[in-house]
Design a protein around this ligand. Structure first.
Ligand SMILES: Nc1nc2c(ncn2[C@@H]2O[C@H](COP(=O)(O)OP(=O)(O)OP(=O)(O)O)[C@@H](O)[C@H]2O)c(=O)[nH]1
Ligand SMILES: [Mg+2]
Length: 1124
């Protein structure tokens, strides 16, 4: 606990305006945990000598070994600012490594502000941009710390003047990122206003409302947004040496010395100003006049000379002189220490303590929980596409609770749990051995004495010993049978009881109270992310509470708050109640919450918007226990892991494999370690990472493999080959030379003709990016079919419109005329990057884009079995013919769809079974024919019933018709796909590698060995570092970071971020066809084909047939012409 008592913290928790919830965000290794150490040391939790070395918040062993943070953890600190103002600071340290960026999201959600750290040497890095964006998206206010300034002095050996220019550049870079975020937001808002105004004018036909069109970028005040030293939201620091300052500290210091007003100094210290000593005036234009800027002269020069004296020259006299002028005294042992950094630390921590600079900035510049903006409150309350105004009235009322952040007992309790973390049961306060206070020791002594006396009395009266009163507050009940009077033994027993409980994994919910007071033992509602308050309010009685007996409501559970904890880094302290505005831990929720949830006493509370995770889980491995009998343990362990990690996914594949999906290699390693040592506690083996691929078709290549143009002749040969292949197909399939595949269902009732067309790359990208929008459209269509309407937010409608326009602009040309309007479905899973196109003559179905239409078009109707076609397409796109991986960037155009039968009876048979595969198949809008069929069915005579049976039995051998149609469509799509040149697509990472010139060559070597491609390379200004941006296939990335680190002796360490899918240019099924190719590759063409290798590896893993010749000829193999 350090030197602040629990009572003090509890008292501070009640004063909402003095609470600051903040997280530390930065790129990996920029010094977050080191800075956190310095702040933690101010509370005496760790010694200030160890601050920066201990990395106290990296409590896991692997975090300490690897030197990176892997989870976010919170600690509560007490700070006394100027004027005896006391603050409570809930500090959350977050990881910077991309693999753990989901942990950043969980941290940011609970905070009101963030300290963004930037390394003074590396400057703005990819993750810095990401975290700034995350802070922005969550509407939390950032402050900046430029850290590691010592490196500019010691490593880069910059002069103070050079350092100033360098720091200015960094600040510009950071502000540029914020600026771009801001601009995009303003533009978005303006667009929103525009449409708002339009609707106003259309509604208000008199036109007396005047709308100010000029509102825009120029007018919006953005000055508060940027980081600027004179505004006090920037700290310059070296966390490791323990110093840091804001310019106003120097302004005050010099205003006395030089007799210049501190406000003037503050404005001019950071900028192009210099001091004219003769005139004693501050002048502008230091740079043009070749003068030393104020910041260099008054600030940096002091620091530079201190480093020079202490670290570089080790000039004792000089040091002593400086210390006396600063009025600092250090301990003699620090003065004598052989490591100059110790002395430096001792001086700096008194002169410019970093903790003071950072904490005072945080308290001044970051908002308290009570200052929640209305924008943020609405954002938190509106899940996805809902409009705030469309929420239930009672739900809307809760906005007040958010804004007030009131901690009085009557306010509804609203708590958000952003993650669940596993805690070692030994670390739980209830299981911990507390050092006893003096009174307690005395009390125990007294008790023991009493017991001793009792026993003696009992012995004397020759009676059996009576039971002992264990009701004393400090003696747990488990010791009731102890007859020995020694306290120590009592203690060990209680510990034992706790150990028995250890087999259960304890989870603590990482949460924050947004309104009300949570109390131990309180009954609350736990609301899942899909909970819908308006639905629940309809079913629940008015003014009900969680303690009532209530009917079951989906995604809602009632539970009792078991335990409340104060999060203190590695430790937890138990609390009885936590008022609004605080970060806390809640115990006993593991049964009710999987990863995140909203807790409230009001059923009107909406679930919070889901956290937005930046990382895409992409690396998957199959795990199994070393001893098969331990399977149940593994299953349990995986379940716990799933709960404990915000980003890891655990699934069971159809093959029965247990698969773990993680964000990257480091994350994977951590998950496996957790499984082994914590959750499953068994030995496990993990497969090689399962690498995802996508399958696609491309346009026929114009050149062959040796870059010779393909003539007509060869093209004809290829077509012949397709024809030859088609003889392999069963009789009901026809493939024509243009790739149109026609297939008839086994019962000969329906024929479909499908052609596969590659989608332009931009379209695929667009579809991928807008998955959510497509899902919304899909949902809208489903609702529309059921006759319901879905209220979609205006902004989302605009985005859909925008998507449509973009699609239209990319799908140009003869082939795509009117294609966007004729989109039938997207797939797989109805929202993927493939398109099903309706090119059936005379079939006008309701458009995909009907949510954009003001009134519904009456003309268009669904044909029967429309849904079977969609289902077939979904299946076909989910697993392609090459290696059963999902398709991407393929358009299936349905060109013919003939149904031979129209007798109502046959339809009746199929109608009934149609709904087996797709519950939404039944359409109400169009199938009047179908209704007739049913109507007739009711009144049919026996005769027609027997006809129906006959019809049914005649089709029985092929199964229900809709099923046949689904299978037929799927097969047609597959054949159509195969009729085109097929390619695999590989997942690609991007990485930014920073390396010095000496190791550049080696970095390139590793990259090219792993089929990476350098996108660009530039020199980082002011340093000797190069920044290389490259892309690398995920399939080749395992061990990449490690290899780079080794080859460059740890100088470069890349971070891999999933970026996109890329077509592998080589054809896996390629065989030489042209003369040149024969000449070049030999007739066997057995040189390595990367795509084929990948494809076969996937097929082998999935247990599919792999076409491979092991030995081609019995006799000694010929030496073929040299391959490339
Ligand atoms: N020279 C110098 N090194 C520093 C400074 N602050 C931190 N470091 C070093 O930078 C390395 C990374 O520091 P951490 O505090 O672990 O960085 P982090 O941002 O928490 O890293 P992650 O949590 O993994 O993202 C450590 O070796 C620190 O000693 C500083 O001010 N100057
Ligand atoms: Mg860290």
């Amino acid at each position: 606990m350090g030197h602040t008592s629990l009572e003090k913290i509890i008292a501070l928790q009640k004063n909402t305006s003095r609470i600051r919830n903040l997280c530390i965000l930065a790129h990996v290794d920029h010094g977050k945990t080191t800075l956190a150490d310095c702040l933690v040391a101010t509370n005496g939790i760790i010694s200030s000598r160890l601050a920066g070395k201990l990395r106290y918040l990296d409590s896991r062993e692997d975090e300490q070994i690897r030197g990176i943070t892997m989870k976010s953890s919170a600690i509560t600190l007490h700070y006394t600012g100027t004027g005896e103002n006391e603050y409570l600071i809930n500090l959350i340290d977050s990881p910077g490594h991309v693999d753990f960026s989901s942990e950043v999201s969980t941290a940011v959600r609970l905070c009101d502000g963030a300290i963004v750290i930037v390394d003074a040497v590396e400057g703005v890095c990819p993750q810095t941009q990401v975290v700034l964006r995350q802070a922005w998206l969550e509407n939390i206010r950032p402050v900046l710390v430029i850290n590691k300034i010592d490196r500019l002095i010691v490593e880069l050996k910059l002069t103070s003047q050079e350092a100033f220019t360098h720091l200015q550049k960094i600040l510009e870079q950071v502000n540029a990122v914020t600026g771009s975020l801001f601009t995009s937001k303003v533009l978005e808002e303006r667009a929103e206003k525009d449409t708002g105004a339009q609707s106003v004018t259309t509604e208000n036909s008199a036109g007396d409302q005047v709308y100010d069109w000029s509102a825009g970028l120029e007018e919006t005040d953005d000055s508060d947004l940027y980081f600027s030293p004179d505004r006090g939201n920037v700290v310059f620091a070296s966390a490791i040496d323990g110093w840091g300052f804001r310019v106003h500290q120097f302004a005050e210091m010099y205003s006395q010395k030089m007799g210049i007003r501190s406000s003037v100094l503050l404005k001019t210290l950071w900028g192009d100003f210099y001091i004219n000593t003769k005139a004693k005036r501050i002048m502008k234009g230091a740079q043009s006049k070749g003068k030393k800027p104020l910041f260099v002269q008054l600030v940096l020069d002091n620091i530079w000379s201190l480093y020079d004296a202490v670290v570089t020259r080790r000039d004792k006299d000089q040091v002593e002189k400086m210390m006396t002028s600063l009025g600092i005294k250090v301990m003699p042992r620090d003065l004598r220490h052989s490591d100059p950094k110790v002395l430096l630390g001792a001086i700096c921590s008194q002169w410019l303590p970093v903790s003071e600079a950072v904490l005072s900035m945080v308290c001044e510049k970051l908002p308290s929980p009570a200052e929640m903006t209305s924008e943020r409150a609405e954002k938190l309350m509106c899940v996805g596409l809902r409009r705030f105004e469309s929420l239930h009235e009672k739900t809307q009322e809760l906005k007040k609770a958010f804004l007030n952040c009131s901690a009085d007992g009557t306010a509804p309790v609203i708590v958000f749990v952003s993650k669940m973390f596993a805690v070692d049961p030994k670390a739980l306060p209830q299981n911990k051995q507390r050092p006893l206070t003096h009174e307690e020791i005395a009390q125990r002594r007294e008790l023991a004495r009493q017991r001793h006396a009792e026993r003696q009395a009992a012995n004397q009266s020759a009676e059996s010993p009576g039971s002992i009163d264990a009701g004393g507050a400090s003696i747990p009940a488990a010791t009731s049978s102890v007859t020995d009077s020694l306290c120590a033994q009592t203690e060990t027993r209680s510990v034992k009881a706790a150990v028995e409980d250890e087999s259960r994994e304890h989870f603590v919910a990482f949460a924050r109270v947004f309104s009300g007071i949570v109390r131990k033992g309180q009954k609350v509602f736990v609301l899942g992310p899909k909970y819908d308050p308006s639905l629940a309010l309809r079913t629940l009685p008015e003014d009900c509470s969680a303690s009532d007996v209530l009917p079951a409501v989906p995604h809602m559970a009632c539970c009792t708050v078991d335990r409340l904890y104060l999060l203190m880094g590695r430790e937890l302290e138990e609390l009885d109640e936590v008022p609004s505005g605080n970060v806390l831990g809640i115990g006993g929720m593991e049964e009710f919450i999987l990863k995140s949830a909203t807790i409230s006493t009001s059923p009107a509370c909406p679930p919070f918007t889901p956290l937005n995770f930046e990382a895409t889980p992409i690396v998957r491995v199959a795990v199994e226990p070393k001893h098969p009998s331990e399977m149940p343990k593994l299953v349990r362990g995986m379940r716990l892991l799933n709960q404990a990690d915000p980003c890891a996914e655990v699934l069971i594949q159809e093959t029965g494999e247990h698969v773990l999906v993680t964000a990257g290699e480091v994350h994977l390693q951590r998950c496996l370690d957790d499984l082994r040592e914590r959750f499953a506690k068994i030995e496990i083996t993990a497969s090689e990472p399962i690498i995802p691929f996508r399958e696609t078709v491309v346009r026929p290549p114009k050149v062959d493999m040796v870059n010779e143009e393909l003539g007509k002749q060869q093209k004809v040969a290829v077509i012949h080959q397709v024809k030859e292949d088609s003889t392999k197909y069963s009789e009901c399939i026809q493939v024509d030379s243009t790739g149109l595949v026609t297939l008839t269902t086994p019962n000969k009732m329906a024929t479909v003709g499908v052609r596969a067309i590659p989608l332009p790359e931009e379209v695929t990208h667009l579809l991928e990016e807008n998955m959510e929008l497509i899902r919304t459209m899909e949902q809208f269509s489903v609702f529309a079919r059921e006759g319901k309407t879905l209220d979609i937010n205006q902004k989302i409608l605009e985005n859909i419109q925008d998507l449509k326009v973009k699609l239209e602009s990319h799908l140009q040309g003869h082939k795509w005329r009117g294609a966007v309007e004729r989109i039938w479905a997207f797939g797989p899973r109805r929202c993927g990057p493939n398109i099903l196109l309706n090119n059936v003559e005379g079939y006008q179905r309701p458009s995909m884009w009907q949510c954009l239409e003001k009134e519904r078009a009456e003309m268009a109707m669904f044909r029967d079995f429309d849904n079977s076609i969609i289902s077939g397409f979904q299946l076909a796109t989910l697993a392609g013919p090459m290696c059963e991986e999902p398709l991407m960037g393929v358009c299936f155009s349905v060109e013919t769809w003939d149904m031979k039968f129209s007798t109502p009876l046959a339809q009746h048979v199929s109608f009934d079974k149609d709904s087996v595969t797709e519950p939404t198949t039944v359409n109400q809008s169009g199938s009047s024919e179908l209704k007739d069929a049913r109507g007739m069915d009711v009144s049919t005579s026996n005769q027609s019933r027997s006809r129906a049976e006959a019809a049914e039995s005649s089709m029985d051998c092929y199964g229900p018709f809709s099923g046949q149609l689904i299978a037929a469509v799927k097969e047609t799509c597959r054949y159509a796909f195969q009729a085109k040149p097929q390619r695999l697509m590989a997942a690609m990472y991007t990485c930014e590698i920073m390396a010095t010139a000496e190791v550049l060559g080696r970095v390139y070597a590793v990259l090219s060995k792993r089929e990476g491609r350098v996108l660009h390379e530039e020199m980082k200004e002011g340093t000797d570092m190069f920044i290389i941006k490259a892309v690398l296939p995920v399939a080749e990335s395992f061990g990449f970071a490690e290899e780079i680190r080794k080859r460059t002796s740890g100088l470069a360490s890349p971070q891999l971020v999933f970026s996109h899918w890329e077509v592998i240019s080589s054809d896996p099924s390629w065989v030489p066809t042209t003369e040149e190719e024969y000449l070049h590759f030999g007739e066997k063409a057995d040189s390595s084909n990367q795509a084929l290798k990948y494809m076969n590896a996937v097929r082998r893993r999935k247990g599919l047939y792999v076409e491979e010749k092991i030995v081609e000829h019995g006799e000694k193999q010929r030496t073929l012409s040299k391959n490339k």
